[in-house]
Design a protein around this ligand. Structure first.
Ligand code: C2E
Ligand code: MG
Ligand code: MG
Length: 461
């Protein structure tokens, strides 16, 4: 009896262990499947796509293959109008389309409305067209969806992850071009992409290693042409890419929400420069600092500025806040509140690039600025007789408007004596432009002061 009991117990234990193992194996198989397939559509996800692509690239001649990154322009509006259920149904239909059209290739859903394919070069345009037709069937009269495709031809030893990024970068460049369905990643894009990656990967290092520099551009009073301040402008002196202007890195930093790091670094450098001169017993001039709209979202810009002002003991009238007109289009109150607080704390607030955007007059109605900076677009080709007539009328009218609204004025982009004379006669208070000085290093401003090219005014506000 003992033997029989022992034997039965043993069988029961073995069977139970078997069941446990079996169900574990099933669960882990399900988990693996879930981690490589896209929940919504059931086709491979980004991880699976990259793995499959890696294998294909090893077994096929790379010159015969091309990556295609698919994006659906206007998908968000489709979702907003018809609801997420309908949006999901569309994505499932597209996934089926990919499975059919690219049956012999590798395809997957990356995220949202982004799909990726690694296909044979031979006839790839036809397959894009087939996908376009599938999408076209889903459009209604009111909702127009458009297929956008970025292509990238893999190189030898390609890495699928960076290949996907490149095809994505290509498609991004035509997302707002209504007439374009397909674009291929080319040399120019490669340079831009490389720079972009470099900027994002190196912003912290650039700040740490002092690649970021502040240049100062003189601003003079129109009546006596004495220096009433300088604008602080960022430069990036990169060991690999050389000397970069803000146009090369600011839009990228803004897009990737890293601009606050740069701006904070500039504010600190400015405060440090001014403190050094004060400590040497030299006369200083006010500096205007550029604020990005995102600075007020990404950090407590007001507190950060206050902290630096205290740390370096800078009198507040020596720092002006420049906010570009295009920053003021958002509807939230964050910026308005921040501007009011800065005002209360004693800073002068300047509206930058007035006239370059769409919201100019509205902005003047809703916000309180001390100085209106008229954008340099109005002075472009000022010497041209045809341009001159209109430019004079527009600038004159803006100056009158600013006066009526009790704002002081500054015109940017003054490049000639003629422009300077006209602006002075029309009552523009401050002038800034190459005619009075290009942006330069802090010490060069003092060199210009020491040789009498610039004289710091006693009036600063
Ligand atoms: P902005 O604030 O309107 O600065 C004036 C720009 O006009 C500067 O270009 C300046 O070099 C240029 N400029 C000045 N006078 C003349 C002229 O007579 N002729 C011509 N053709 N150009 C003139 P820059 O330094 O390339 O800066 C471009 C923009 O980048 C700035 O426009 C500003 O919006 C942004 N920026 C520059 N530094 C910073 C910064 O530290 N932080 C932030 N957030 N933005 C910055
Ligand atoms: Mg500015
Ligand atoms: Mg400006």
């Amino acid at each position: 009896i003992n033997y029989a009991t022992f034997f039965i117990s043993l069988i029961a234990v073995v069977v139970s262990i078997y069941h446990q193992r079996h169900s574990e194996a099933r669960k882990s198989a399900q988990l693996i499947k879930a981690s490589i397939t896209d929940d919504l559509t059931g086709i491979p996800n980004a991880v699976e796509f990259a793995q499959k692509a890696e294998i294909l690239l090893k077994t096929t001649e790379t010159s015969k293959l091309i990556y295609l990154f698919f994006n659906i322009a206007n998908f968000r509006t489709y979702n907003d109008h018809l609801g997420y259920e309908q949006g999901n149904a569309l994505l499932k239909k597209l996934a089926e389309g990919f499975a059919t059209v690219f049956e012999n290739d590798i395809y997957g859903r990356m995220s949202d409305d982004h799909f990726m394919v690694l296909t044979r070069i031979d006839g790839f345009e036809d397959r894009i067209e087939q996908m376009r037709q599938i999408l076209k069937k889903e459009c209604t009269d009111e909702l127009y969806l458009e297929l956008k495709v970025g292509g990238y031809r893999p190189a030898e030893n390609s890495n699928p992850r960076s290949d996907i990024d490149r095809a994505r970068y290509a498609v991004h460049s035509i997302s707002h071009h209504a007439d374009k369905t397909y674009i291929e990643y080319d040399k120019k894009m490669h340079e831009e992409f490389h720079l972009r990656q470099h900027i994002l990967n190196n912003i912290d290092k650039a700040i740490r290693e002092d690649y970021i520099q502040v240049y100062y551009q003189p601003v003079v009073w129109s009546d006596d042409k004495k220096l009433c301040g300088c604008e602080a402008l960022a430069r990036w002196d990169d060991p690999e890419f050389g000397f970069l202007s803000p146009g090369a890195f600011i839009p990228i930093l803004e897009e990737c929400r890293q601009i606050n790091k740069l701006d904070l670094c500039i504010y600190e450098k400015v405060c440090k420069n001014l403190r050094e001169k004060l400590d040497q017993g030299e006369k200083i001039f006010p500096v205007s600092l550029n604020f990005s709209r995102l600075d007020f979202e990404l950090m407590d810009a007001v507190s950060e500025l206050e902290r630096l002002v205290e740390k370096y003991r800078i009198p507040k009238e020596y720092l002006h806040v420049e906010i570009t007109e295009s920053a003021l289009t958002d509807e939230t109150n964050t910026l308005k509140t921040a501007i009011d607080t800065l005002h209360k704390k004693g800073y002068s607030i300047w509206l930058d690039d007035f006239g370059s955007g769409y919201s100019s007059l509205n902005v003047l109605k809703d916000y309180n600025f001390d100085v209106l900076k008229i954008d340099m677009v109005f002075l472009k080709n000022f010497e041209d007789e045809q341009v001159k007539g209109n430019a004079r009328k527009i600038i004159g009218t803006i100056l009158d408007l600013a006066c009526a609204l009790n704002m002081k004025t500054l015109t940017e982009g003054v490049e000639s004596e003629e422009a300077a004379r006209f602006l002075t006669e029309k009552g523009c208070g401050r002038l800034q432009g190459y005619f009075y000085g290009k942006p330069m290093a802090f010490e060069d401003i003092y060199k210009a002061i020491n040789v009498g090219k610039l004289t710091i005014s006693d009036e600063i506000l």
